[in-house]
Design a protein around this ligand. Structure first.
Ligand code: DOR
Length: 429
């Protein structure tokens, strides 16, 4: 890849510093020039960026790659390909694999699998051994491999005393704990949001308070310990209000929201479609409005996919037996562009440079498109309309709730370390 020369011709460059119409020349993994009417060096691959935005590659804080253990649903390779097609140049792989990523050996295996994939695959380590919520995992040896986020995602850490100790340990290492906020006892038996729709459909629900209690507890623990907490996939108005207040107070908290929590509601469960089953569950229109307001005012720092592939055998079953989770990597950018009435610059902050900072990846991803910077770039047509075809997705799984939906905004090219891994919407390997 080192000798590849690529010229992105005729795009609108948008990054944290602003925007300009410019060509972008990439060679040997770095951006070499940004300017009008650049000459294509001999042998350069010229990619048309006309009508497109050229931006730093997107960064996903929350991707389930399922390897090891659930390779029928996704692998590092297939998930990385889906990520590249979605405009991502980096993803953080969640540790709820089988076995869990709770040691240096387990983390190293995924990093090695990711090293040759079409996306920069980073790893979040588990907070507790085996994600069992009983004893702390060895953060230090995972931090030595570059792990910056720790989470038991899929579950929240239920024991407040253990969470306090985890925060103290994390603080001493300068790493961040990412919490899946769910009080298991209160949520037990719930398969969707508890409210009008769960009553109508006869599906047991889990109340918003199951999320909000843990958000409140962890804000208190962040205050007590000075530790950094990142709140995963916030879905309720109450959670977002609590995080807003914590930020005003100056606590070291950040938050993300998933596209399905600003584009779908619990009413979408009405057909009992298991593609709409997810954790935290789809909430009410009031909650969706709160998520959108949180994204607009900076309470929520990042849009994260919670890409959660599941094989058909776990989704083609009755609603209460289906596993929660939905695909996200290939639709997140388009959902943000279609559903959010936010300036493009804000949408890219939420999808690229803010999550890059939270994951500690800002030197490689999300930085300005400027000479000398790593060439991790996403080129997309913000006006291109397309229909989501579940069968055409690169993921090994098919559990998207957006099949048949028309979205606006489509990735044309993705450049990873100077290599065009997606060209004209097609994965190159
Ligand atoms: O819906 C979900 N699916 N929520 C989670 O927290 C975990 C995820 C999964 O791993 O399938």
């Amino acid at each position: 890849m080192a000798d590849l020369v690529v010229l992105l011709r005729g795009g609108r460059v948008v990054d944290a510093t602003g925007e300009r119409v410019a060509d972008v020349l990439v060679a040997a993994g770095l951006v070499r020039a940004v300017g009008a009417d650049l000459d294509a060096p001999a042998g350069a691959t010229v990619l048309d960026a006309g009508g497109c935005v050229v931006a730093p590659g997107l960064v996903d804080l929350h991707t389930h790659l399922r390897q090891p253990g659930r390779e029928e649903a996704e692998t590092v390779e297939s998930g990385a390909r889906a990520a590249a097609l979605g405009g991502y140049t980096a993803v953080v792989a969640m540790p709820n694999t089988e076995p869990a990523l709770d040691s240096a050996a387990a983390v190293r295996e995924v990093l090695e699998l990711g090293a040759t994939s079409t996306c920069d695959v980073r790893v979040a380590g588990a907070i507790t051994r085996g994600r069992q919520g009983k004893e702390l995992a060895p953060f230090g040896e995972m931090a030595d491999l570059g792990v910056r986020l720790f989470t038991d995602d899929g579950d929240g850490v239920q024991d407040a005393r253990l969470m306090r100790r985890a925060l103290e340990y994390a603080s001493s290492l300068g790493v961040t704990l990412a919490q899946h906020c769910e009080d298991k006892v209160l949520a037990a038996g719930g398969h969707m949001h508890e409210g009008e729709w769960s009553s109508r459909l006869g599906i047991p629900g889990q109340p918003a308070e199951a999320e909000e209690l843990m958000v409140a507890r962890d804000i208190a623990l962040a205050r007590l310990t000075g530790g950094r907490v990142h709140f995963l996939h916030l879905s309720t108005a109450g959670s977002i209000a609590a995080v807003r207040a914590a930020k005003v107070e100056g606590l070291a908290v950040t938050a993300e929201a998933a596209p399905h929590h600003f584009s779908l509601t619990d009413a979408d469960v009405a057909g009992y479609g298991t593609a709409f089953k997810v954790n935290p569950p789809l909430r009410t229109a009031v909650d969706v409005a709160a998520v959108k307001a949180g994204l607009a005012d900076g309470t929520i720092d990042a849009i994260a996919t919670d890409h959660a592939p599941h094989a058909a055998e776990h989704k083609d079953v009755p609603f209460d037996q289906a596993r929660p989770g939905m695909l996200g990597l290939e639709t997140a950018l388009a959902l943000a562009l279609t559903e959010l009435e936010l300036p493009l610059h804000t949408i890219l902050a939420l999808l690229s440079w803010n999550p890059a900072r939270i994951a500690g990846l800002e030197l490689a991803h999300g930085g300005p498109v400027a000479e000398g910077r790593p060439a991790n770039l996403c080129v997309f047509d913000p006006a291109a309309a397309w229909v989501v075809d579940a069968g055409a997705l690169a993921s090994r799984s098919r559990n998207t709730p957006y099949a048949g939906r028309t979205l606006t905004g489509r990735v044309r090219h993705t450049v990873l370390r100077g290599e065009p891994v997606v060209v004209d919407g097609k994965a190159q390997r």
